[in-house]
Design a protein around this ligand. Structure first.
Ligand SMILES: [Zn+2]
Length: 327
């Protein structure tokens, strides 16, 4: 079985992040900057995992699905706000964390993890019907079980087109958080909880004998490679692409030579694919193929991917077996 998607990606390759790093003020330790975007194949799964852990700390009681609540993220966000306001006005104690899943039919489902008063299904259905002007009413309420948090957070990394995000009243593109939550859901501020979770994860790694950088203290953002500009101050597009390729190749190589990460299989194959694609000027293709690899793992299908010979259609697991160590 091919490793899970998040294990295959060896570093963040965001254009802006590639040109930056973080420097620890006290020790001078330098770490690569991460973009932290949901759509990033490296940062996205990590961000989702953080949310999953945070939600588990919050111990939600119910898992509520509001079906087909809107056509865009902006619209469905407004519907959610309307419903929560109505519940609060009715005097219900309602703390929540919600995510939005785009269904095949183009409409979004709202997934809520809720804590507080039980809301009768009939009333929630009526709230949804009125908030969507009659177009949706199907509501499902279940008890939370271990793993429910993972079920609702997994939709966050799905990349959405501008038409699916929707726009504000003034026509500009809306910005809607992929995870929304009410203030009192968590026992303390999410910033504090995140720091605690990171510390616990580092402690666990140390107990296993791994060396872990301490994240405490102040980190300063540093631009390692300024955007190349011509004499008039315009960005030199060609030089910028060249710079990006160089920076990503360096990152991939650094991530792959760390002793802990120098494994056979997934990471090396990906590092190899990225390097090959960089050489061939096909970086975006690689990332499409990484997604294909995951499909392959699930459906046991052959995939197309780059290798020494060029674009190859084949079975990635077999390719992995016969590939020599790369670095
Ligand atoms: Zn990233």
């Amino acid at each position: 079985m091919f490793p899970a998607l998040e294990d295959q990606i060896s570093c963040c390759t965001d254009k802006w992040a590639a040109r930056h790093c973080l420097v620890h003020e006290e020790t001078g330790v330098v770490v690569p900057m991460l973009c932290g975007k949901y759509k990033c194949k490296y940062c996205g799964p990590r961000r989702v995992e953080m949310w999953r852990s945070l939600i588990e700390v919050a111990e939600p009681e119910r898992f509520i699905t509001l079906t087909g609540a809107g056509k865009t993220l902006a619209e469905v966000g407004r519907v959610a706000t309307t419903i929560v306001q109505r519940l609060r006005r009715q005097g219900y104690k309602f703390e929540y964390c919600m995510t939005f899943e785009r269904h095949k039919n183009g409409r979004f489902h709202i997934h809520m993890l809720q804590k507080g008063d039980y809301i009768p299904q009939k009333f929630l259905s009526e709230c949804l019907r009125s908030a969507t002007h009659g177009s949706a009413y199907v509501v499902d309420i279940r008890r939370c079980v271990p793993g429910t948090a993972g079920y609702v957070t997994k939709y966050c990394t799905k990349v959405l087109a501008a038409s699916e995000v929707g726009s504000r009243a003034d026509g500009t593109r809306a910005r809607v958080n992929r995870v929304r939550y009410s203030k009192c859901l968590f026992p303390s501020a999410t910033k504090v909880l995140k720091a605690e979770l990171r510390a616990a994860a580092a402690e666990k790694q140390r107990a296993q004998g791994d060396e872990v950088e301490s994240l405490e203290g102040t980190w300063k953002l540093l631009e390692v490679a300024p955007l190349p500009r011509d004499k008039q101050g315009h960005i030199d597009e060609e030089a910028m692409r060249e710079q990006y390729r160089r920076l990503v190749a360096k990152r991939v190589q650094e991530a792959s030579t760390e002793p802990m990460k120098l494994s056979k299989g997934g990471k090396q194959v990906l590092a190899f694919m990225v390097l090959q694609s960089l050489r061939l000027g096909e970086l975006d293709k690689t990332f499409e193929q990484v997604i294909s690899c995951q499909d392959f793992a699930q459906n046991d299908q052959d995939v197309t991917f780059w290798c020494e010979e060029g674009l190859v259609k084949g079975n990635l697991a077999r390719q992995t077996e016969r590939r020599k160590p790369l670095f």
